[in-house]
Structures are given as C-alpha cells and as structure tokens.
Ligand binder design. Structure first.
Ligand SMILES: [Zn+2]
Length: 153
C-alpha cells in the first residue's frame, strides 16, 4: 500500500534563461518562468505521514532559489566550449555564437543540455538524495501548456 503527497507548482517557481542546441529556434538565448511540482509516494511512517510537508516545501524552495534569475549552462554539453575567468564565464556554441556572462549570473549544471526533461531529472535527483527510499515524481512546467515529467522507477 502506498500513499502519495503532492506539493504543487504554485509554490516553487523560478525564472531563468537558457538556450538549446541548434537548429531549434530555442538555440537563441531566452527565458521561462518554470514551476516545479513534486509528488512523493511511499508507505506511511510511524507518524502516519509520507513526508513532512513543511520540510519538503523548504527543500523544493531551496532548489528553486538556486536556479532563480540565473542563466542555466549545461556544463556537460559536447556542443559548448565553456571557459572561466575569475569574474566571467564564456560560452562558445557549436555554431560559433559567443556569450560572456558575469559569473554571478550563471549556474553551471551537470547536464548535457538544459531541456525541461533534463531539468526535471536534475530536480528529481536533488529530492531523491533527501528521500532515497521514496518514489519521487517531478513535473516541470516550462509554460502552462508544456510540462516535462521525470519519475523514480
Ligand atoms: Zn526554452
């Protein structure tokens, strides 16, 4: 028997900019207001709960804040050449576009791309680290009509 709790998307929002690989239109730098929904499934614990809602909400907020108002750069991309100075990060794409960002505006993510699918997995893995024995589902809204989902097996 398993139970599920849901923290819905209105709680955890982040605004960020990114770009995807050519030839998509999305290869131009652009932004989204992302919303994270988290579902946690498990048996009830000794307190008859799946998870402490307050703690879960705090953890989600911390993850959202780490991404908020940043340029998301996928540092494992084979299509980008990324170099750093003490104050800036330079990114050259496979089509020779060159971006230079102040370091403070950027978060380097251990991902091959910043698609919503991989961002959902990134958030999933962070939550899964905290709750390794629970089944986690992340829904990441890029817009109200486009949602990527990643869930534990
Ligand atoms: Zn996008």
């Amino acid at each position: 028997m398993s139970y599920k709790v849901i923290v819905n998307a209105t709680l955890a929002k982040f605004s960020a900019s990114h770009f995807l690989k050519e030839p998509f239109q999305c290869s131009r730098l652009h932004g989204h207001n992302y919303y994270i929904s988290v579902e946690v499934e498990a048996s009830l614990d000794e307190n008859y709960i799946v998870v402490d809602f307050i703690e879960l909400k705090e953890k989600i907020k911390i993850i959202a804040q780490s991404l908020d108002h940043r340029v998301l750069i996928p540092e494992l991309s084979s299509d980008l050449a990324i170099s750093e100075t003490s104050e800036s990060i330079e990114v050259v794409t496979n089509t020779n576009k060159r971006y230079v960002f102040p370091k403070i505006d950027v978060i380097l993510l251990p991902l091959p791309a910043t698609t919503s699918e991989l961002l959902a997995k990134f958030v999933h893995d962070k939550i899964k680290e905290i709750y390794p024995n629970k089944r986690i589902t992340i829904k990441l809204e890029e817009t109200k009509n486009t949602i990527a989902v990643y869930k534990s097996n």
